[in-house]
Design a protein around this ligand. Structure first.
Ligand SMILES: [Zn+2]
Length: 192
């Protein structure tokens, strides 16, 4: 009789099935479900992430998403602060928000380390009262424009047990105005 699937090897088998499913179907983190779809690898700026070279953990599987369900694909983005001059007890939590150009006051989450179980910030261990503000709307490094096309990359943890169980994030943008493109934000969700 087969043993219950409670040993490491069996668990590994189960997880590798889930891993493949998440990668093949392009399953996003739960909080992004209504905003993204699996990106076309050849469409900019997804092209920047498609080769996987951005992966800090070199996970064998990863997903690239583009935004979907909007009248056009132009967004403002804002990033969390990278340092804390007014430090005190304020935590800089890795996160990114976007707002569609037609609804510039409606910011929604593109990435938030608190939703990922591998992060030190997971499970709301940090009181929102102590979370640092976001920076101002991001501007193109080349022309100053604030409207971008976006692509999001997520590394899938080898021990992935749910769609939020991810080990790395990258945001690639393409400037609407001058066409500059590049990776503007990255986070190792799971620290090495
Ligand atoms: Zn530009």
């Amino acid at each position: 009789m087969k043993k219950r699937n409670d040993n490491k090897e069996a668990a590994g088998e189960i997880n590798s099935g889930l891993l493949r499913e998440i990668a093949e179907k392009g399953v996003p983190p739960v909080y992004l479900r209504e905003y993204v779809t699996k990106a076309y690898a050849t469409k900019s700026p997804a092209t920047i992430l498609s080769d996987g070279k951005w992966r800090k953990h070199k996970a064998s599987l990863w997903n690239v998403f583009s935004l979907a369900g909007f009248s056009n694909l132009l967004f403002f983005i804002r990033l969390s602060k990278t340092q804390s001059p007014d430090a005190g007890n304020i935590f800089i939590i890795p996160r990114v928000e976007a707002a569609h150009v037609d609804q510039p006051d409606h910011w929604f989450t593109l990435y938030d380390a608190r939703f990922h179980p591998g992060s030190v910030f997971a499970y709301n261990r940090v009181n929102p009262k102590y979370v640092a503000d976001m920076q101002d709307s991001y501007s193109c490094q080349q022309c100053g424009n604030k409207r971008f096309r976006l692509a999001l990359g997520f590394e899938i943890s080898p021990e992935c047990s749910n769609p939020n169980d991810l080990s790395g994030f990258a945001l690639a943008v393409e400037c609407e105005s001058c066409g500059w493109k590049g990776i503007v934000y990255q986070d190792e969700i799971v620290k090495k």
